[in-house]
Design a protein around this ligand. Structure first.
Ligand SMILES: Nc1nc2c(ncn2[C@@H]2O[C@H](COP(=O)(O)OP(=O)(O)OP(=O)(O)O)[C@@H](O)[C@H]2O)c(=O)[nH]1
Ligand SMILES: [Mg+2]
Length: 300
């Protein structure tokens, strides 16, 4: 080491070595190179410092790339269902189990280990004409993870019935999710059917367990809270569609046609609506539809 370096140089060099982050190492090293006198006696030293700098820069760039590749799509939920329901809860409360039970197949990994689900996972299935998309939100509660709830029509807050004060847990989770989605259903997982005081099935809370799992009822309750209607379509003389068009409550024939294609509004003549429990009606574009209506479209 050349002897004619100032004391500050040595202090800065120590800081470079002690710096915790790569970003910090890079900026301190740049400063150190700037401070090093440039003459014959410091040539080797400068070469060595520049080599270290480019090594740190390369490492920093590599880390940034890995970060970009894994963090961006990681917490993104592609909407592919006609209703999207996010499932939120503390780790191990049974989120994967609950979604698997609703779907009817073991699609998500269940495990007694904590934080098994580390990325948002979607499960999509058709039920009564509705394409349900259930999304397990990992229990990190970071803005990134909770941000996935912005695409959701409903959030299920799932509680572990074996643990602690359910009311305060529900309130805590509700506070966290409310800014992303305002429709909430609280479900208590009673695990092996344990009795839970002050938590009967009701309008505000649903109780579930392996023994008592009313799939239809749970899906129906979720659907109602989404605030939408499903409309089946059929061509004249043809069959009723298996999958319904899902639109906001209060939607008209025109709204449904627009969902199907722009051109259908232009070629529309009239529609017949088969409403459950009543006669077939001949209607126009402004007719307000109800849940489960069947729409027979007559076009030019
Ligand atoms: N016997 C029984 N086991 C259950 C019930 N609900 C969940 N489990 C089990 O409890 C464990 C935790 O459930 P998971 O569904 O993995 O929990 P999670 O909320 O997805 O957990 P993380 O993804 O790790 O945060 C799993 O072994 C499940 O099979 C239940 O009602 N009865
Ligand atoms: Mg899970």
């Amino acid at each position: 080491m050349p002897a004619n370096l100032p004391r500050e140089w040595y202090l800065l060099e120590e800081k470079v070595r002690e710096a915790k982050s790569l970003q910090e190492k890079v900026s301190l090293l740049e400063k150190l190179i700037g401070m090093t006198p440039k003459h014959k006696g410091t040539e080797n030293l400068l070469a060595e410092l520049r080599k270290r700098l480019s090594k740190y820069r390369r490492e920093l760039e590599r880390k940034k790339k890995v970060g970009r590749a894994t963090s961006e799509p990681k917490f993104k939920v592609e909407k592919c269902g006609s209703v999207v329901v996010g499932v939120v809860g503390f780790t191990n409360c049974g989120k994967s189990w609950f979604i698997n039970k609703l779907c009817g197949r073991k699609v998500l990994e269940e495990s007694p280990r904590e934080f098994t689900t580390t990325l948002p996972k979607s499960v999509v299935f058709l039920h009564e004409g509705i394409r349900f998309q259930l999304v397990e939100i990992p229990s990190f509660f970071t803005p990134e993870a909770l941000g996935c709830l912005t695409v959701c029509d409903l959030v299920v807050i799932l509680l572990d019935g074996r643990k602690g004060n359910l009311a305060s847990q529900a309130a805590e989770l509700r506070r966290m999710v409310e800014r992303y989605c305002s429709n909430v259903l609280v479900v208590v997982n009673a695990f092996d059917g344990r009795e839970i005081k002050g938590c009967e099935n009701g309008s505000a809370v649903l109780k579930v367990s392996s023994e008592e799992f009313e799939r239809e009822l749970i899906l129906e309750r979720m659907w109602k809270l989404c605030g939408k209607i499903r409309v089946f379509t059929k061509p004249p003389g043809g069959r009723v569609s298996e999958e319904a068009i899902v639109v906001e409550k209060g939607s008209t024939v025109k709204d449904v046609l627009e969902e199907l294609s722009e051109r259908m509004v232009e070629t529309f003549r009239f529609a017949r609506v088969y409403t459950k429990g009543s006669m077939v009606k001949r209607v126009g574009l402004d007719y307000e539809l109800e849940d489960r209506d069947i729409l027979e479209i007559h076009a030019r």
